[in-house]
Design a protein around this ligand. Structure first.
Ligand code: PMP
Length: 435
């Protein structure tokens, strides 16, 4: 009998015993092509010798020093590396242990910024209905999944939501991308005004929506228009790139491609590539200076922030990505993956949309391709596809149901950046078979 408190105790899970490149191996010897990278985490695959070596070396030198006593060379080097390539204006990296913690830190930093700068009325956060920002109480409160929030509502701050940028479902036929983006920006503006122009602290959005919508990338101009609305009302823009960042879209930071810089950027997952738990919040100089010149103390922190081994792993991950020119591979293999999926599913009655950027790809499944009618949530299509894919030796990340903002079943693919042309064709073949 297992004594692990499993998240889903009724589910029988295989036991993972090893990992080699893009494959995970279970205790029966079965190999699974890891086309989900866990949950968009394992960007370098498993057992990468350079990362293992970096972890070993750091463990021999210094594993841990509490941040109230020391900084470390490795944490400083990682911060420099992240900021050197960060979107314009982002100047400071605050380390945490994962994605929810990065979002939690961002919410608290935004709030504290306004307290320090004499605008304590700014207390509201606006996010989007189709979003996931984490499972800690603050991140959960702003996330879009009503069903996730439901049991905890009495202990959550109220979240405020606007429409996501979801062209497949929401862009009207008579509307250009520009008009659609404008309509969404107008909706955000109206919500800010409704809540009170001086009362909103920040707008929070995933640059490319991951788990709740299957690689939903914004239309051209959307983020710029959103940025302009935020600026008009003095609202901070927080971009959550916990899934979409760190090279996943073919750019180190996904918002680079949109030419937009947030005030705060959240990253995690691919940062440690699964070798170590680590995340970070990157903040603008203006925000940092307000804290330094104000109380001089960010009222947030955890015991393991800036952990030396986690920083060493993340630093080596960044170096491998650069040395092996992996972002070029992400872009090329991503194009191939989408093209190949489109060819494979061209006539499939239940494949509605194939989308994404880089190796962050979504396949939306529908009951009727023409009306875009989703499957009934009771069919639990996503769970069935996950099972059928695993039986075929493929790990993909299906999500779904039609409950609140989640209007369709979809499969998210986020394979490692190291995958080859042949690996991509195998992913498409196995997924095609499962679907
Ligand atoms: N934000 C986004 C966009 C995510 O996808 C996730 C995790 N799926 C999180 C935040 C939370 O990250 P973690 O699970 O590491 O706490």
């Amino acid at each position: 009998m297992s004594h692990i408190f499993h998240r889903n105790p009724r589910q029988q899970l295989p036991t993972a015993v090893g990992g080699e490149g893009i494959y995970l191996i279970d205790s029966t010897g079965r190999r699974y092509l890891d086309a989900s990278g866990g949950a968009a985490v394992s960007c370098l695959g498993h057992g990468h010798p350079r990362i293992i070596k970096a972890i070993q070396q750091q463990a021999q030198t210094l594993a841990y020093a509490h941040t109230s006593f020391f900084t470390t060379e490795v944490a400083e080097a990682l911060a420099n590396c992240l900021i050197e390539h960060a979107p314009a204006g982002l100047d400071q990296a605050y380390f945490v242990s994962g994605g929810s913690e990065a979002v939690e830190a961002a919410l608290k930093l935004a709030r504290q910024f306004f307290v320090e700068t004499g605008e304590p009325d700014r207390q509201y956060f606006i996010a989007r209905r189709q979003s996931y920002h984490g499972n800690t109480l603050g991140a959960l409160a702003i996330g879009g999944n009503a069903w996730r929030r439901e049991p905890f509502l009495p202990i959550l701050v109220p979240g405020h939501h606007v429409s996501p940028c979801y062209p497949y479902r929401d862009q009207r036929e008579d509307e250009s991308a520009e008009q659609y983006a404008q309509r969404l920006a107008d909706e955000l503006e109206a919500r800010i005004v409704e809540l009170g122009a001086g009362k909103v602290a920040a707008f929070v959005a995933e640059t490319v929506v991951g788990a709740t919508a299957g690689a939903l990338a914004p239309v051209g101009g959307y983020l710029q228009k959103i940025r302009a609305v935020c600026d008009k009302y003095g609202v901070l823009l927080i971009l959550d790139e916990v899934m979409s960042g760190m090279g996943r879209t073919g750019y180190l930071y996904a918002c680079e491609e949109d030419g937009v810089s947030p005030d705060i950027l959240c990253i995690a997952k691919g940062l440690g590539a699964g070798y170590q738990p680590i995340g970070a919040m990157l903040a603008s100089r203006r925000i940092y200076d307000a804290i330094v010149g104000g109380s001089g103390f960010f009222q947030h922190g955890h015991t393991y922030i800036g952990h030396a081994i986690a920083c060493a792993a993340a630093l080596e991950v960044q170096q491998v990505i650069a040395d092996d020119h992996l972002l070029d591979n992400v872009r090329a293999r991503g194009e191939q993956l989408r093209a190949s999926l489109r060819a494979r599913f061209a006539d499939h009655p239940h494949v509605g949309d194939i989308r994404g950027r880089g190796l962050f790809v979504g396949v939306e499944l529908v009951a009727d391709r023409h009306s875009k009618e989703p499957f009934a949530p009771s069919r639990r299509l996503h769970a069935r596809i996950k099972q059928l894919a695993m039986q075929r030796g493929l790990l993909c990340y299906p999500m779904g149901g039609t409950v609140d903002g989640q209007r369709g079943d979809h499969v998210l693919l986020a394979p490692p950046f190291i995958c080859t042309e042949a690996d991509i064709e195998l992913i498409v073949a196995l997924l095609g078979d499962a679907i």
